[in-house]
Ligand binder design. Structure first.
Ligand SMILES: Cc1cc2nc3c(=O)[nH]c(=O)nc-3n(C[C@H](O)[C@H](O)[C@H](O)COP(=O)(O)O)c2cc1C
Length: 142
């Protein structure tokens, strides 16, 4: 089976409270279990950063749905490709809310520059936000 992955960053349509996040995660996890999709969702300063991995065709379909989801907007693809094995085999969707200091420590971007960090849509797989994503990939993956 070809295992595909996609990562992207987006803006939350409105600030989510803990209940909203719980509901979203519940929906995502139920569906991902059925589709054999695994991954990680990060929340940073009103942004989502998500990494999903799974069967090529399922990732294609789900990513199309995610792009149209009104719960977020200004979605920017960060990275996409194929992997030999899953990074998150035990997580239908791991989740972490990350504060500014942690982002700063990982990327070296100071608080005031954080907006700039998120405004670098054309860097593709060199996007600084990927540093944050892969930092947590290493920490959570089993
Ligand atoms: C930030 C974010 C991440 C999402 N991640 C997933 C996901 O990993 N898997 C999934 O099936 N749906 C995910 N969704 C939900 C989809 O956009 C869509 O609502 C869901 O797949 C249900 O689609 P359906 O009812 O048409 O089948 C996500 C939505 C948001 C806003």
């Amino acid at each position: 089976m070809k295992l595909r992955y996609v990562s992207y960053i987006s803006n939350q349509a409105k600030i989510l409270n803990e209940d909203h996040v719980e509901n979203l995660l519940f929906q995502i996890r139920e569906k991902n279990k059925k589709l054999a999709i695994t991954g990680l969702l990060l929340l940073i300063q009103g942004k989502f950063i998500q990494y999903i991995e799974g069967p090529d065709e399922e990732i294609e379909k789900v990513y199309k749905k995610i792009k149209k989801d009104p719960r977020h907007n200004e979605l920017v693809l960060l990275d996409s490709g194929f992997v030999n094995e899953r990074q998150f085999k035990d997580w239908s969707m791991a989740y972490k809310k990350i504060d500014d200091v942690t982002v700063e420590n990982i990327t070296g971007y100071k608080n005031l520059e954080l907006d700039q960090l998120f405004l670098e849509p054309n860097k593709g797989d060199k996007h600084p936000v990927l540093k944050v994503l892969y930092n947590f990939t290493k920490a959570l993956a089993s």
